[in-house]
Design a protein around this ligand. Structure first.
Ligand code: SF4
Length: 707
């Protein structure tokens, strides 16, 4: 829209998985302001502190403006795009020729747009011939993907945000919704004010969600699966099974119940194992049983665990047993961390997936290969994030291209990641910021467009696909990630298959592939948009998938009781809760890590806003008063935190919001801001969910002492 020298552009917020619609206004003098888009289904005009401060971050400071070759250690020279792209193509082609396709890798990001992700996957899995492309979504949602596939037959969130508003009970599990998905929390609180929605918080920490919660179950870290197994057994023993639903639509009921009964036979056992009062457990169980419309929301407290996948299935089991799925106000609900974690999964962003939610069966490899006319299809899963960086350290992966992410900070055992990158023959980093902790290891740096400059689509937590639209020119010589990869692919000899000139062309191919040979068997299908023209793409309004050819977009799934398994029946999984993955020595505390309200990832964007930084200007250690007193720590002092992996320094915050025996540190600080508290240096990479490959980032033994 344009009037009086001003322009207004509808786009989406680049931060969390709520995926809020934003209207950016560019004044005649170029000044930018943002407001929430009242027409967007995710936020209906609301924005949180981060979204409201987006205009503050549109500054040139720190941008990578030109391609650079050189390094590491900052000895870089500016080069032309042609030289940089040629060098990337030459190095990758040479490495593949000498050592084979599995000697190279891409590590990508939920910050990429779907079109970027699609091109990266196509290049690696169809043309290089390896599946060594993994994403920082491995640290975020991989366990939910596994749980969804095992239970629902597909990685498909069953409901929509509207279910938060028509539920009578919302159970928040390991989710600080108030800080990590603030607009969704605002919607929940508005519904609560209007209709009295009850809220139960299941979290060892007393987060800001407590203020609105009717019940806070401060269970011991790592015991969620015990709590839910106990609830499953309890519900069945008291006649709350929906026998009609389970008989018609669910497999594995008896096996799951047998495991739950063995694991958590009664309320007393659950209370003892979870460190709670029996009365608290019993009251929660009774409330769940008595409420017809229940949404169970879960996030990183569940996913970032060495038993995250099983905990997801323990949650799904409850909804299958009681038939609380496929109806308004019911269902399990995974809220994703990143703006496009879902979009990445849709194009096969994980090393164990192919595009359009396909896997590595011979049939699916053949189908994708036919669609792409791929010369060299990967036919087996590639290396997941932790194994990928270990392989770089071991020298079996010799060239890596890292896009829009900062693993030298965010990966567990960041020290290993740094050692690996330091010895890697070729490190390419595409980013919009020049000096990141990871970028310091690059041999080639490629300037990528950032939010406000790039065009494409993203998918939020409730399967809503939205356009992210450009309203500013790229800084310096920055280019779109899909363009950069397309240019490299052409120089590697794949010009015919990478002819895209626009993001719209990439989207059309992605949509067409999702509908290719898909008669409704695969959940992800937006084949109806395979013929969208450029104007249609520009004007594309938010929609939910699936949107199959000849039908309408589908908001709520499974209303007909048909799931995406081969026989159409949901699967309950037998879950046995496991002990903590790491031994806790005497006197040690359990280190939890996570987000702050006003920062995002490694602060490359939010760190530019003074008002966002004012919320927490330095890294802060949350510790319970009893634990602080026992260690001589005082509020406002400094503490040294040590683990088997490394050390950090943080300001002490004594608070009874933190349960005894555990501490909390934010995940955001980097060497670029202060090297004193880099979370990845404190957490080892030895505790990983065996099914999903997702590392446990929340339960690391640590000692704390005054500094
Ligand atoms: Fe952005 Fe998430 Fe805030 Fe919405 S809730 S404005 S998507 S950070």
């Amino acid at each position: 829209l344009a009037s009086g020298g001003q322009r207004e552009v509808k786009t989406t917020c680049p931060y969390c998985g709520v995926g809020c619609g934003v209207i950016a206004r560019v004044a005649a003098d170029g000044a930018v302001s943002v407001r929430g888009d009242a027409g967007h289904p995710a936020n209906r005009g609301r924005l949180c502190s981060k979204g409201s401060a987006l205009a503050d971050t549109l500054v040139p400071e720190g941008r990578l403006l030109h391609p650079e070759i050189g390094g590491p250690e900052n000895r870089y020279r500016r080069v032309s795009w042609d030289e940089a792209l040629g060098e990337v193509a030459r190095r990758f082609s040479d490495t593949i020729a000498r050592h084979g396709p599995d000697s190279v890798a891409f590590y990508v990001s939920g910050q990429l747009l779907t079109e970027d992700y699609y091109v990266a996957n196509k290049l690696m899995k169809g043309f290089i011939g390896s599946a060594n492309i993994d994403t920082n979504s491995r640290l975020c949602m991989a366990s939910s993907v596994v749980g969804h596939k095992r239970g629902l037959g597909a990685d498909a969130v069953p409901g929509s945000y509207e279910d938060f508003e028509c539920a009578d009970l919302v159970v928040l599990v390991g989710s600080n919704l108030a800080w990590c998905h603030p607009v969704l929390n605002q919607r929940l609180l508005a519904a609560r004010a209007e209709r009295g929605t009850r809220i139960v918080l299941v979290d060892p920490r007393r987060t800001d969600c407590v203020d609105a919660a009717d019940r806070h179950l401060a269970l011991k870290a790592g015991t969620d699966a015990v709590l839910f197994n106990g609830l499953l057994a309890w519900l069945d023993s008291r006649g709350h099974r929906d026998a009609g639903f389970t008989a018609a639509h669910v497999e594995g009921v008896e096996e799951a119940l047998a495991a739950a009964r063995a694991d958590a036979p009664d309320v007393a056992t659950v209370a003892r194992r979870c460190g709670m009062e029996e009365a608290e457990v019993a009251a929660f169980y009774a409330e769940f049983a008595a409420t017809g419309r229940v949404v169970t929301v879960y996030s990183q407290g569940v996913n970032q665990s060495s038993q995250g996948s099983d905990t997801v299935n323990a949650i799904l089991n409850l909804h299958f047993l009681t038939g609380r799925i496929g109806r308004a106000g019911c269902g399990p609900f995974s809220v994703t961390g990143q703006p496009n974690a879902m979009g990445g999964r849709e194009v096969g962003g994980l090393a164990n997936q192919l595009a359009a939610h396909m896997g590595f069966t011979a049939e699916e490899v053949g189908r994708v290969g036919r669609f792409w006319s791929a010369p060299r299809m990967a036919d087996k899963p590639g290396l997941k994030a932790v194994d990928l960086f270990r392989a770089i350290e071991a020298g079996t992966v010799k060239a890596v291209w890292i896009m829009a992410t900062n693993p030298a900070v965010s990966m567990p055992d960041a020290g290993r990641v740094r050692r690996a990158l330091a010895k890697c023959e070729t490190v390419v980093v595409s980013d919009c910021i020049r000096d990141t902790d990871t970028g310091r290891f690059a041999h080639i740096r490629l300037p990528a467009k950032g939010w406000s400059e790039k065009d494409g689509t993203v998918t939020n937590s409730d399967r809503t696909v939205s356009r992210q639209r450009a309203f500013m020119a790229g800084a310096g010589e920055a280019r779109a990630d899909w363009w950069i990869m397309t240019q490299v692919a052409r120089r590697m000899g794949f010009a015919e298959a990478f002819r895209y000139e626009t993001a719209a062309a990439v989207f059309r191919e992605h949509a067409a592939l999702s509908g290719f040979e898909n008669g409704g068997a695969r959940a992800f299908d937006i084949g109806a948009l395979g013929g969208l023209d450029d104007d249609g793409y520009d004007a594309l309004a938010p929609f939910t998938w699936p949107w199959r050819t000849g039908s309408e977009p589908q908001k709520r799934l499974f209303g007909d009781g048909r799931f995406f398994t081969a026989d159409g029946r949901a699967r309950m999984l037998a879950v046995t809760a496991k002990p903590l993955p790491r031994v806790l020595p005497d006197g040690a505390l359990l280190l939890n890590s996570g987000r702050l309200r006003d920062q995002w990832h490694t602060m490359t964007r939010t760190g530019l806003s003074a008002r966002l930084s004012a919320h927490a200007p330095e890294p802060r250690l949350d510790i319970n008063p009893a634990d602080a007193a026992a260690r001589g720590l005082v509020d406002g002092g400094l503490a040294r935190i040590a683990t088997a992996a490394g050390e950090a320094l943080a300001r002490v915050h004594v608070t009874d919001a933190q349960s005894e025996g555990a501490i909390f540190l934010p995940m955001h600080w980097t060497d670029r801001f202060t090297g004193a508290c880099v979370i990845g240096r404190l957490i080892d990479d030895g505790a990983v969910d065996p099914a999903s490959g997702q590392p446990d980032l929340k339960r690391m033994p640590a000692t704390v002492e005054p500094w």
